[in-house]
Design a protein around this ligand. Structure first.
Ligand SMILES: [Zn+2]
Length: 55
């Protein structure tokens, strides 16, 4: 069973018990931070910063 089509391809969740946000993009890129604005800017700057974060 699959859900209805959605245009909401970005997810930003609070990490429980912390002040940290966790963002997940439709491309699989992830980012953690404490500033929602910065998080959205990262999302909207796609693909800048996506999939290129060294670990
Ligand atoms: Zn992305």
């Amino acid at each position: 069973m699959s859900g209805p089509p959605t245009t909401e391809v970005y997810r930003i969740d609070w990490v429980p018990g912390t002040d940290t946000l966790h963002g997940l993009c439709h491309c699989g890129a992830e980012r953690s931070g404490q500033d929602p604005v910065e998080m959205w800017e990262w999302m909207l700057a796609h693909p800048v910063g996506h999939g290129a974060e060294p670990r």
